[in-house]
Design a protein around this ligand. Structure first.
Ligand SMILES: [Fe+2]
Length: 433
């Protein structure tokens, strides 16, 4: 595993020396803190994959009332509620909420597959919110969240510290970590949840030691605590695809120091070093993989997070936009800002598309005609644009909400006008348009 097996240490400067030296769990911690371990992998996971963090906190996290099931809104893992639908799907930008709702209340499942109980699967959400989580935090027992803000800044407080995550940045908050999201105004984005494993950097093979997303650009929070008594602080726990709530009388963000390698992180997508063909033809879109969550089969991902950043396009003798394609993987795409080259109309920021396993897709008429006849000079493409793909080896189903919300019924029409150029008597038929 590359990237995140570094051991980090962090101490809130208000408590110098809070980190024990030379051991993890002393008989008495400094400043009267409690020691608590958060395990992100099995105790016995291979050393290079082992993930855990030691937290030195004001109170252990076990002090809370029993969990009670609460309303989960549009969050669901029921993949059988809608008849299977293999069609190309495209969603117009998802609407901001009319009523006040926070990040947890604004989680809406779009599609997914699998099951957190057997720890194999994924869920894709959009979040639509407009108010902060007040004296309330969430932790996810089911998997890891990869969060892609599209509109509005997320000010996230975690047990390991605080992160400000803006559109064109992403963050990962792993299983079990308590976090609270503060937002101002209309806020929208996408989430990829994986139930099985953690995200990691893809291997680089012949690319070498540098390139794509470089490890040094992933930022982790620094320890920050608040010693705050609260009448009723609500802990929300996502467990088996449902939400449960418990209360406690204090802020859960009471960690004065921590060390370990199981920590949330953020990454600015503009730091991605794109690699592509400088002669002819296409590299497959996997060349743009930022993070991957591997399956047990080598080389096959449960899910990849792939971006299509601004870059130079220089290939000679080549149809440069994405090729026509049928895939043994599912492709969910979103647009953070700008215009996606293969479909300049219809696919808009805050919207999405889903091309399911073996469902054909590719450039629309306008893109095909334009790119087939364009002069192949070096040009900057996707300027002012950031689109992304969650690509999964799982066959995803959509939820009732996604099936009835903002679906573009005309999506299929963008390919219908593609013309036949074939002429068995004229090898140059396509060249004489
Ligand atoms: Fe594709």
């Amino acid at each position: 595993m590359s990237g995140f097996n570094n051991e980090f240490t962090s101490e809130d400067p208000r408590c110098p020396g809070a980190l024990p030296e030379g051991q993890n769990n002393p008989q008495k911690c400094e400043y009267g803190l409690y020691a608590e371990q958060l395990s992100g992998t099995a105790f016995t996971a291979m050393r290079h994959e082992n993930r855990r963090t030691w937290l030195y906190r004001i109170r252990p996290s076990v002090i809370h009332t029993p969990f009670q099931k609460v309303d989960k809104g549009l969050l669901t893992h029921d993949w059988d509620a809608v008849e299977p639908n293999p069609n190309q799907l495209r969603w117009h930008p998802f609407d901001f909420p009319e009523k006040k709702q926070d990040f947890v209340q604004g989680l809406a499942t779009v599609c997914g597959a699998g099951d957190p109980k057997s720890r194999n699967g994924i869920a894709i959400y959009v979040y639509l919110c407009n108010k902060p989580m007040e004296d309330k935090c969430l932790y996810n027992s089911d998997g890891d969240f990869l969060i892609v803000p599209q509109e509005g800044t997320l000010n996230i407080t975690t047990e390991m510290g605080r992160m400000m995550v803006e559109p064109n940045e992403i963050c990962v908050i792993q299983r079990g970590m308590r976090f609270s999201v503060d937002v101002k105004g209309n806020t929208r984005g996408y989430i990829l949840e994986v139930f099985s494993d953690h995200f990691q950097l893809p291997t680089l093979g012949p690319i070498g030691a540098n390139g794509l997303a470089n490890p040094r650009d992933f930022l982790t929070p620094v320890a920050w605590y608040e010693d705050r008594e609260v009448n009723e602080y609500t802990l929300v726990n996502k467990y088996h695809g449902h939400l449960f709530a418990a209360t406690q009388g204090h802020s859960p963000f009471d960690v004065a120091a921590w060390h370990g390698n199981y920590v949330p992180y953020k990454y600015n997508l503009s730091n991605f070093m794109a690699v592509n063909s400088v002669t002819f033809d296409h590299a497959d879109p996997s060349i743009f993989t930022v993070l991957t969550c591997p399956s047990l089969k080598p080389g096959v991902a449960i899910a990849d997070f792939v971006i299509f950043p601004p870059r130079w396009s220089v290939q000679e003798k080549t149809f440069r936009p994405p090729y026509y394609h049928r895939n043994c993987m599912s492709e969910f795409m979103g647009l953070i800002y700008g215009k996606y080259e293969a479909k300049e109309e219809g696919f808009r920021p805050g919207g999405a598309s889903l091309h399911s396993i073996m469902t054909p897709h590719g450039p629309d008429l306008e893109c095909f005609e334009k790119a087939s006849n364009a002069s192949l000079k070096a040009e900057k493409i996707a300027e002012g644009t950031m689109s992304f793909m969650f690509e999964s080896s799982l066959s995803m189903a959509v939820t009732p909400w996604a099936n009835n919300t903002k679906v573009d019924p005309n999506y299929f029409k963008c390919w219908q006008p593609l013309r036949k150029y074939f002429n068995s008597n004229n090898k140059d038929a396509a060249k004489k348009k």
